[in-house]
Design a protein around this ligand. Structure first.
Ligand SMILES: Cc1ncc(COP(=O)(O)O)c(C=O)c1O
Length: 425
């Protein structure tokens, strides 16, 4: 039905996964499709619902706000000021913060600000990282082997100038960054990266890589942007920067920030952020729905839940249990997989380690990866059935959900092991 008037039947390209899906209900760790089939949900709205779906305390706060305030759209509200104060207390790089509605808007504004502040045009991104749909960053995400080393724009119609101004380098290869910056230092405005590239599952930064980027950026007055739209709030209330101890100049936040309500943020150094909106600055920042009271209320309520750390304890423990369990099943079957992850994020790659950058992931067996997830969906366990995509655990998941998932995974993994075996003979 959705296809009648919606191109492709979905409102985000990545929501189309090759099988018809329509959902009517979501609660806690569960989602229900239009045929009333129940699933344990490990997609979690692309990682947004860190507390679980339709969380009672978040929804209560949103309903309370709704009784007195919707969108006024001029001046400010108490909620946004309070939320800005809170973020600046939690996130190490945040001295000032602005709110928008989506991660793409946040990274767009971060890149624009970096260009304005440095007077330079070019940026560096890394193969495998996704930073949203705008022209300067929409390239080289999940690139086919035959296109590696070339520019790989994800859409027709992008500005060639924007594509040309973006250098795509290899994550974890500080020598490549050094070389590029040596060649182009007076032209590079920003280095933008996911500190953990979760777009392609979970590739951890090598010891010294993030610190090395910090030093290179400092040496050449380049703006270092951590895109923590996935990792922020998901791994710690202070973002991954709080865990790794490297502070970027600008940070973009989104997804788990408001447990599924539409909100994103850009924050960072005061001298940079003050170029937006202030008398002394000349960088434009706008959006009719920016800092919508419903989203900022949802975010304040979400941060209250995250503050004492018990959510992280719970989801990290479940993450460890699930990763160990999945790897154990595969090892018993002699299936060469590697279950990676961090905290509440997990992914089973159908390949052997090591995995240090996107190039390594070209060894992943995409057919087995997707087949496993499709088989799991048939058994009531939902992980996005797209190659390399990560899966998430929320605070609403319980140990029993993890154990049930492991039980359900045995047969699909055994079938994959058998079919691979058959292929080899
Ligand atoms: C790391 C990262 N940055 C930016 C974005 C873009 O965010 P949005 O889809 O809210 O525009 C995403 C979305 O998946 C993301 O994962």
């Amino acid at each position: 039905m959705a296809k009648r008037h919606i191109p492709g039947g979905v409102n985000t390209s990545l929501r189309s996964v090759g099988i018809p899906l329509a959902f009517t209900r979501a609660k806690g760790s569960r989602i229900w499709d239009a045929d009333n089939n129940e699933y344990i949900d490990f997609h979690c709205g692309f990682g947004t619902t860190i507390l679980g779906h339709c969380h009672p305390r978040i929804n209560k706060r949103v309903f309370e706000t709704l009784q007195t305030l919707d969108l006024v759209g001029v001046g400010t509200t108490e909620q946004e000021a309070e939320l800005a104060d809170k973020l600046c207390l939690c996130v190490p790089s945040a001295k000032k913060v602005l709110f928008c509605n989506s991660g793409s808007e946040a990274t767009y504004n971060a890149v624009r600000l970096a260009r304005a502040a440095t007077g330079r045009r070019e940026i560096v991104k890394f193969q495998g990282c996704y930073h949203g749909w705008h022209d300067s960053v929409l390239m080289n995400v999940i690139t086919e082997a035959s296109k590696m080393g070339m520019k790989d724009p994800l859409s027709a119609g992008m500005s060639q100038e924007a594509i040309d101004n973006t250098h795509v380098l290899t994550f974890n290869r500080l020598d490549e960054v050094e070389r590029k910056v040596r060649e182009r230092h007076d032209r590079i405005a920003a280095i933008i990266l996911e500190p953990i590239p979760h777009t392609i599952g979970c590739v951890l930064p090598k010891q010294g890589f993030l610190q090395g980027l910090r030093e290179i950026a400092d040496r050449h007055d380049i703006v270092l942007i951590f895109d923590e739209i996935i990792s922020g709030f998901r791994h710690s209330i202070g973002g991954y920067q709080k865990i790794c101890g490297v502070t970027p100049d600008l940070t973009t936040l989104g997804k788990a920030i408001a447990n599924g309500y539409p909100l994103a943020a850009i924050c960072g150094r005061e001298d940079l952020m003050d170029q937006f909106n202030t008398a002394g600055g000349n960088v434009f920042f706008a959006g009719t729905y920016n800092a919508h009271p419903l989203s900022t209320s949802a975010s304040l309520a979400t941060l209250e839940e995250l503050e004492n750390g018990s959510v992280y304890e719970h989801i990290f423990a479940l993450g460890d249990r699930l990763r160990k369990g999945l790897q154990g099943i595969c090892d018993n079957l002699g299936l060469n997989t590697h279950t990676a992850g961090f905290g509440s994020v997990f992914v089973t790659y159908f390949m052997d380690p090591p995995i240090e950058c996107y190039d390594d992931l070209l060894r992943n067996d995409a057919n087995s990866f997707v087949a496993f997830r499709r088989k799991m969906i048939e058994r009531g366990i939902f992980m996005l059935p797209s190659n390399l995509k990560r899966a998430y655990i929320s605070a609403s998941h319980e140990r029993e959900d993890i154990d049930k998932t492991l039980e359900k995974a045995k047969q699909p993994l055994a079938e994959i092991a058998e079919s691979r075996e058959a292929l080899m003979h």
